[in-house]
Write a protein that binds this ligand. Sequence first.
Ligand SMILES: [Zn+2]
Length: 406
Amino acid sequence: MTGRPGRTGRGGGQAGAGDLLALVRTGRATTRGALQQATGLSRATVGQRLDRLFRAGWLREGAGGPVDSPLGGRPSITLEFDDAHAVVLAADLDTRHARAAVLSLTGELLAEHSGTLVVEDGPDTVLGELGRWFSELLEKAGRRADEVCGIGLAVPGPVDSETGRVVQPPIMPGWDGYDIRGRLARAFTEHTGAPPVPVLVDNDANLMAYGEQRTAYRDCSAFVLVKVSTGIGAGVVVDGAIYRGVDGGAGDIGHIRVGADALCRCGSHGCLAAVASGGAVARKLAETGVPAASGSDVRDLLAAGHPGAAALAREAGRRVGDVLATVVTLLNPGVLMIAGDLAGTSFLTGVRELLYQRALPRSTARLEVVTSRLGERAGLVGAGGLVVEYLYAPERVEERLVALGV
Ligand SMILES: [Zn+2]
């Protein structure tokens, strides 16, 4: 390791405008003096780089007034990321339902819509319709389409993050290998007249985990979220970044074989999702004459205190808890969040019963098992956050400033 301590330049080079912006955005250095100290740059160089960020409208002076400088001397003005210059669009697809929103760059929801959108209708129809939703949402939020800097999309299937395409998704017929990014960018342009913007696509459980971790668990360096709705999936956030594995398959725990003979939607028998998902519980309830066809029906029954639904949810929780004992032993997370239609007291009781019985005490000693903070908005917040982190990453800031002519 060479260079001055605390230096943040990439590849041994000097810190650029993007590095300074990252330090301000994350709160690690929010005055000129602190930026000099963190980067080893001179006062004049910090000033030049900040000036570009001010001219782009990406930075502003803080409302709090001057604070003491770490280098001594005059009190310094604090700097803040200025989130007023752009907005992000986000959407979260479930199998028969979707949510979409306009978000600020700091993750605030400015307008939101949810409605029926059936994944089985295929990507062309679904993504075209999302383009229309986005156009209406921008109007509702009072923002122009040319203020949109990017779009984030959560989908209920495994995603190759290099290409943004879904890979052999068990519950998204017709989507395998489809150019989601290109179609959604086109739909946005068709419905708003604005030029295409970058589109990022990721798995829904990944983005829910990312949204929740960024909102309430920023200090947690190993965070796991398990979504139990129509299917079962997990998202893992390590050191603030989504852990995807080598080809986007990490966290796809719904198709682990647990030795039952129930047929899964993926075509195999005995998957965890075939016995412990919201869909599986709904099927078992229907067999006993209770009207339930989906995970959301089970959610409603649980909310109404239906004893049969509660017993089946607890049993499903035990099945999932058994698998999570392995997950927790492998990853030793600080937080295990249970989200989705089944996430309630009965299911959690079942999860805890098997998790603490099967996992090593060392890996659960400091583990918090919690339910969602953001609820049905977690995927939207995560998708918006993913776009912001992509566009304001130090290596991308420089090329974007050049494109803006500053
Ligand atoms: Zn399966």
